[in-house]
Design a protein around this ligand. Structure first.
Ligand code: XIL
Length: 448
């Protein structure tokens, strides 16, 4: 429509506006049944850690692609994976994660550039001038390779000690370069990819405590001196010994008040059932309550591959079924909820579709075939209906057991009706035309 709206007759303009509103409403109603689309409705991303070596598993990638709008390589971008020898960069596994995510429209978080862990031993063996050069080379190497492809980088990870001291953690960087290594890393990172948000990321900083106070003071100092920092990541690994802090939201807010975005970067909460679901709800609600909380990343797709799999801390179980925690997160994000309803074991609704084709045709009759396809959940039995228009009549049926009520024929599987999710089976029938070649009506596929 190129005609300006004001030149349309009044009623046509009103109709256009109504249609546009309906389209928008329908779109968001359909879209908000996944974590990613529900979070998008709140202006946030919903991400997960991704391991390259699972991308070949169909259920893993199907769940990843369906639910998440951001991916963090779980280990593939770490120093030991990307620069195992000085100046020797290896990007293969990280590229697989980045390419998979971006080819499906997901964003990527970069994790992580400067960290004391998963650090090859050659780095720790360098003296100060060499270490400074190696750190900057490493940042430039990774950020250059992925320039323009990463929405946020964890520039420095876990640089502060646990406990009450508020001190920096001992590491090759801290011990040889002193406090200034963090600032230097951020300045190098800004120049390497000016479009990427630069984050400081840590754990046990989720509530107000000595460690988070120390990080807060650092960020405040960076902002006051113009050191480039855009975001703070809160890992948010929780369990009964380290639950979601009561002041989680307030802590996120006080960082946001410094003029940085905040992100939940590695969320997982050990437990099960309604207690786990309630804890996840608190995290999501805290993020949504802080305008500058731009997104949430959970630390893995399925419990079976979690780094803490014994604690079953994620949203999908080992069979990729949605857990109560999934339903709680989706609901907290304003999503449409699990179509199976509350209290179910999780997972998508059991559905099927019936598609008809005429496979043979002759003067007095024709053969029809119906393909029954299971939806996202496995099917243990199904029925479909075929209505042939008068004066036609069905003379035989194969691969299905018919029963008739008037002109409606209901077909069930002849033997086992089991279908794996997304798979198909067929049945067929011969129709005597009696002078009419019109197509039958096929539909009413029901599954259980
Ligand atoms: C973990 C991975 O999940 C494991 O597969 C690996 O063996 C160790 O690292 N903080 C971080 C993450 O910043 O990189 C860590 O990931 C978990 C704690």
């Amino acid at each position: 429509m190129t005609m300006p709206l004001r030149r349309l007759p009044r009623t046509a303009a009103a109709t256009l506006v109504t249609l546009a509103a309906l389209t928008t409403a329908a779109h968001s109603a359909v879209a908000a049944d996944t974590l990613g689309s529900a979070a998008a409705g709140q202006g946030r991303y919903f991400g997960t850690a991704v391991a390259a070596n699972h991308l070949g598993e169909a259920d893993y990638t199907a769940t990843l692609d369906r639910e998440f709008t951001s991916a963090t390589p779980e280990n593939e971008m770490k120093w030991d994976a990307t620069e195992p020898g000085r100046g020797t960069f290896t990007f293969g596994a990280a590229d697989r994660v980045v390419d998979h995510a971006r080819s499906r429209g997901a964003d990527v978080r970069g994790h992580t550039l400067v960290w004391h862990s998963q650090l090859p031993s050659w780095v720790g063996a360098l003296g100060a001038p060499d270490l400074r050069a190696a750190m900057n080379t490493h940042i430039n190497g990774l950020m250059g390779h992925y320039k323009g492809q990463i929405h946020s980088w964890d520039v420095v990870n876990e640089a502060f000690q646990d406990g009450g001291s508020g001190a920096r953690r001992s590491s090759p960087f801290q011990d040889r370069l002193g406090d200034g290594f963090i600032e230097e890393a951020f300045r190098t990172a800004r120049a390497a990819d000016p479009a990427a948000k630069l984050c400081y990321n840590d754990y046990n900083t989720d509530g107000v405590n000595a460690k988070s106070n120390a990080v807060h003071a650092m960020v405040k100092d960076f902002k006051s001196r113009g050191v480039p920092i855009d975001c703070v990541g809160f890992q948010s690994h929780f369990n009964s010994a380290s639950p979601v802090p009561a002041d989680y939201r307030q802590n996120l807010q006080r960082f946001a008040d410094l003029g940085v975005d905040v992100q939940i970067t590695e969320l997982d909460i050990e437990g099960s059932g309604s207690a786990q679901a309630a804890a996840y709800t608190r995290v999501v609600e805290a993020c949504l309550a802080v305008a500058r909380c731009t997104g949430i990343t959970v630390w893995g797709v399925t419990d079976k591959y979690s780094w803490r799999s014994g604690g079953t801390p994620l949203l999908f179980d080992g069979d990729y079924r949605k857990k109560p925690a999934y339903d709680a997160v989706l609901a907290a994000l304003g999503g449409s909820g699990d179509p199976d309803g509350p209290g179910d074991p999780g997972g998508p609704a059991v559905t099927c579709t019936a598609a008809y084709t005429r496979t043979a045709d002759w003067s007095s009759g024709y053969n029809g075939q119906v393909t029954i396809t299971a939806g996202a959940a496995p099917v243990s039995s199904w029925t479909a209906t075929v209505t042939v228009p008068a004066p036609q009549s069905v003379s035989s049926v194969w691969n299905g057991t018919p029963s008739r009520a008037g002109d409606v024929m209901t077909v069930r599987p002849s033997w086992n009706g089991t279908l794996a999710a997304g798979t198909s089976t067929t049945f067929g029938f011969t129709v005597v035309k009696n002078g009419s070649s019109a197509a039958p009506t096929v539909g009413g596929c029901t599954a259980s």
